[in-house]
Design a protein around this ligand. Sequence first.
Ligand code: ASC
Length: 150
Amino acid sequence: MKSFASLVLAAAAVTLSVPASAQFAKPEDAIKYRQSALTVMATHFGRVGAMANGRVPFDAKALADNANIAEEMSKLPWAAFVDGSDKGTTRAKAEIWSDNAKFKAAAEKMQAEIVKLNAAAKAGNLDALKVAFGPAAASCKACHDNFRKD
Ligand code: ASC
């Protein structure tokens, strides 16, 4: 048991220490990964939005579940913007790489807004949810406007 645990830890250490690019066999894999994470995020964010906007009835459990998935997904896409993944089936703009500090800031802003949204969702606070939803949606849009081709 002890040796199995150290094996797992050793494997984890290897995985965590290799550069992000090495975690994807091909640039297309990185593109697919980030698009998938963003698609799942948008799906669950949309369900939160439907509740925030009163298009679906308030359901505390569904709200908390959806917001939680959105927050988890919001962490994932960024490691997949690896070098060489600016070409192919992607709308990623070159500015992601040429103005990476700005892209990173936009990604962090979005994640921070989703954390606030999730906090309101977890608390089951519809008023706080309504307040948090607009800035969260705006943070999605800001990144699309600057870093995604139409
Ligand atoms: C969504 C979604 C986005 C954002 C954006 C906000 O629900 O899928 O990409 O909100 O449209 O303007």
